[in-house]
Design a protein around this ligand. Structure first.
Ligand SMILES: [Fe+2]
Ligand SMILES: [Fe+2]
Length: 445
């Protein structure tokens, strides 16, 4: 194993070397770090830049402090060592508004402007940017390995696991920060659980909730129902789309607001959690129909709500582990990764929320056991349907997948539903094409 020495590049300086076992590091707040390397020539370096450009020529006595005047020096040094500008690749990081931020910081946005100047100068020389992670509100560390020319940008806010542990639990105990699920959605979920459908009661409940009513009508008049339009009351909606579809739309709209409130801890894009929830709900509905092991509507609702715990953890993750989505990407076992990094996981956090909101047992069990359906003592078949739907959605959806699917475990879970891998084509066939093409919301009714 190679032993790597580490060298911390101080602000306002750069370090250039030929290939050797050394890791160059820069801790970056508003400063911008730039690693440049020519792998063929074996020359690389790291530059820790403080400011975008000198305010007057008088201050040019320390040209390395500024991106505009220091980058040409950094490039010159690389070329002198033997690098070819046409082969250089760049990694850019930092430029954040980290720590306590005043209005003046935001107005000046020094980091943002420095990053802009860097990109401009690199662009002028036609230098390819291999990775650029700038902006945001977090301190990060740019590591550049002078031997392998590997690089990484990692959050530098947490100094030890203990801090993560305490902060995560502190966050989870503050469930009150989460906006509660609308009453009407709760009623629908309970109706499904008790298998008692009182549609009269349902439409009355929907009418009482102005926000949900407006969202449902907007949805009913959207492109999904193209050509129909003119649905301007919940009674019209009931008449035209039917009670089952109305209930599905109401629950979807209820979780949409909740899931869209989350930031980017678990997803690469805003709305990613909702997109995932709808996709899993629709796939689960189909598996329930095919297997006959649960009511399709129950499966749909359990699919919509199965990852509510991510909303709880996202509050913490997006603040303290800004690159969490990258850490879970490609991992086989999301729950195990969460346990390691956060000392808890989204099924436990979701369980707390489900208990607080008094969600029905079928939903609560799904939230808790959808990553380990064999452990569910009740509603095991429903929980298994959601677990399988979750895997299939990751496998086939057009969205960036966050974890890999273990085929052995998938086949064991299908057995719990009296199905097998040979039923796979039929299941995939039943998945609405909108789910596979990345617009699951269009397939709700
Ligand atoms: Fe999950
Ligand atoms: Fe999920």
């Amino acid at each position: 194993m190679t032993y790597y020495q580490k060298y911390h590049v101080p602000a306002g300086t750069f370090q250039v070397n030929a290939r050797k076992p050394l890791i160059l590091q820069a801790y970056l707040n508003s400063c911008v770090g730039v690693a440049l390397f020519d792998a063929e020539a074996g020359i690389g370096g790291l530059y820790h830049i403080l400011l975008p450009e000198p305010v007057s020529h008088k201050s040019e006595y320390n040209r390395e402090k500024y991106a505009a005047t220091g980058l040409p020096l950094f490039l010159g040094s690389l070329v002198r060592e033997g690098a070819d500008i046409s082969r250089l690749q760049a990694v850019i990081a930092g430029g954040a508004l980290a720590g306590k931020v005043s209005n003046q910081d935001i107005r000046l946005d020094i980091g943002g402007r420095t990053a802009e100047v860097v990109k401009e100068v690199l662009g002028k020389h036609g230098i390819k940017v291999a990775l650029s992670e700038t902006g945001g509100f977090f301190t990060c560390c740019l590591n550049f390995n002078l031997e392998t020319f590997d690089y990484e940008v990692i959050p530098a806010l947490l100094s030890d696991e203990q801090e993560a542990d305490d902060t995560t639990h502190g966050r989870i105990s503050r469930l009150d920060d989460i906006q509660p699920i609308p009453q009407v959605a709760l009623k629908i979920l309970r109706m499904i659980d008790e298998d008692v459908y009182d549609i009269h009661n349902l439409s009355q409940e929907v009418r009482k909730d102005q926000v949900i009513s407006a969202q449902v009508l907007k949805y009913c008049n959207s492109a999904v129902f193209c050509g129909q339009g003119g649905i301007d009351s919940i009674d019209d909606a009931l008449l035209i789309i039917g009670q089952a579809s109305l209930a599905k739309i109401v629950t979807a709209m209820a979780v949409k607001k909740l899931l869209n409130n989350s930031y980017t801890g678990y997803s690469l894009a805003k709305g990613g959690l909702y997109h995932h929830a709808i996709g899993v709900a629709l796939v689960a509905e189909k598996i329930a129909s095919l297997s006959g092991k649960a009511s399709p509507f129950a499966a749909y609702s359990a699919g919509l709500t199965h990852d509510l715990g991510k909303v709880v953890l996202d509050q913490f993750v997006s603040g303290a582990r800004p690159f969490f989505y990258r850490e879970i990407m490609g991992e086989n076992d999301l729950v195990e990764t969460e346990n390691r990094l956060l000392k808890t996981n989204h099924t436990k956090a979701g369980l707390k929320l489900a208990k607080k909101w008094d969600l029905p047992a079928s939903i609560t069990n799904t939230i808790r056991y959808h990553h380990c359906p064999c452990e569910a003592e009740a509603h095991r078949e429903l929980v298994t349907i959601i677990s399988v739907a979750n895997s299939l959605f990751h496998m086939f959806s057009a969205s960036p997948s966050l974890h890999k699917v273990d085929m052995n475990s998938l086949s064991r879970r299908l057995e719990l539903l009296d199905m097998s891998i040979s039923d796979f084509p039929a299941i995939v066939d039943a998945i609405p094409h909108q789910v596979l093409s990345g617009s699951p919301e269009l397939a709700i009714t």
